[in-house]
Design a protein around this ligand. Structure first.
Ligand SMILES: Cc1ncc(COP(=O)(O)O)c(C=O)c1O
Length: 378
């Protein structure tokens, strides 16, 4: 068996070498002109001028949770431990660890058992007087019920965060991701549609939050160059920030790769469309349905099988890498104080499987994968 079809693959543009070398030898490899240029490209693409780049998606979430909880408070946030953030357990642990790091408690909401996306009705049930924010994760780039969740949040005066780590290229109701909630984040980590090696993007709804994010990503210091002022020494720092900014080396890689975004996302979508057709005829396979109001970025293609573990093993033996990718993460010891009964998360977790769907999957590969899944499903 020589076939080896990976579940993920790093996309690196063939045009990268020259611009990367130029930055490396330019004398400026920190946050500088290339970060600014990359941000301008991203602002134009997403149609959101309140966008800032960071050194990873987890940092983007951390800033979002920080600003959402401590709107007008510039004191140490660690003194306040009553805050609650409603989240989903069906995600990467990176969605949830920064909640704890910002001093809040996690309140788990259940999910849709097929899509894995957070359930708005359960969100509403879990809101208390201490709720500061709710985070929705678009599993695999498939949009959550964004409008419903935002309507609930508005009613209760809480902030919304979209974890779109999988969502580069995702659309909802004809609009681009990054324009619906108080905070929306993307990851540019190695195996995402677009990578900058590591990187994150934070998009914000308000100018005030955006200006604060720009400060907090670099210790809280205003980096605007002013004639005759040494900003490190002469400017007062009001609020303790982080070292979360992007650098020019990552930015140039992200920017060059970004030129091929449409081709990449279209290839994912085309493979997904093929699987949707192929699996229609097999009653033993349930596909996670795409939100009819949106366009998934199909970073993952997710299906459900009663004999999931057996199929995963057999696909591996047939040279096809398949995986759960992320499992219920509320069961980790680090989250034990937030325990909740989540029957649909368990259902999702018992049967879900992700198969290769990305730009590297050829027409021949996808036919082979579909045939094997159908053959092994019981
Ligand atoms: C759903 C989700 N959120 C957040 C992250 C964190 O992104 P990063 O690795 O860029 O920090 C990931 C990482 O893959 C993820 O899958």
């Amino acid at each position: 068996m020589n076939k080896k079809i990976p579940l993920f693959k790093v996309f690196m543009s063939k045009e990268i070498d020259q611009p990367l070398l130029e930055v490396l030898h330019s004398g400026w490899i920190g946050e500088g002109p290339i970060v600014e240029k990359f941000e301008e490209t991203l602002r134009a693409y997403f149609g959101n001028k309140y966008l800032t780049t960071l050194n990873n998606g987890t940092a983007a979430l951390h800033l979002a949770y920080h600003i959402a909880q401590y709107q007008d408070e510039y004191k140490s946030y660690r003194n306040n431990n009553q805050n609650e953030i409603i989240s989903t357990p069906i995600t990467c642990t990176a969605t949830n660890t920064p909640i704890i790091a910002t001093g809040a408690k996690i309140v788990w909401a259940d999910v849709d058992p097929l899509t894995g996306n957070i359930d708005p009705k359960d969100i509403e049930r879990k809101i208390t007087k201490n709720t500061k924010a709710v985070v929705m994760v678009h599993w695999g780039g498939n949009p959550c019920l964004i409008d419903e969740i935002n309507a609930i949040a508005k009613k209760h005066n809480i902030k919304t965060v979209e974890d779109g780590a999988h969502s580069m290229g995702m659309q909802y109701k004809g609009k681009m991701f990054g324009n619906f909630s108080d905070f929306s984040i993307l990851s540019l980590q190695a195996i995402k549609h677009i990578t900058s090696v590591d990187g994150g993007v934070l998009m914000l709804r308000s100018k005030k939050d955006y200006e604060r994010a720009e400060l907090l990503r670099w210790y809280g210091i205003d980096r605007t160059i002013r004639e005759g002022i040494d900003l490190r020494c002469e400017l007062d720092v009001v609020e303790a920030g982080y070292k979360f900014h992007m650098n020019d080396v990552c930015a140039v890689i992200g920017m060059i790769n970004f030129k091929q975004l449409n081709e990449i996302v279209n290839a994912h979508r085309d493979n997904a469309k093929f699987y949707n057709e192929a699996f229609k005829t097999c009653s033993k396979i349930k596909v996670a349905p795409e939100n009819p109001d949106g366009k998934s970025s199909y970073w993952l293609y997710t299906l459900h099988l009663n004999n999931r573990d057996e199929v995963m093993k057999k696909l591996g033996d047939a040279g096809i890498m398949a995986s759960k990718v992320h499992a219920r993460n509320d069961i980790h010891t680090m989250f034990k104080e937030f325990k909740a009964d989540l029957p649909n998360a368990q259902k999702f977790n018992d049967t879900h499987l992700c198969i290769p769907v990305g730009w590297w999957v050829t027409k021949e590969d996808r036919q082979y994968i579909a045939d094997k899944v159908i053959e092994f499903a019981k």
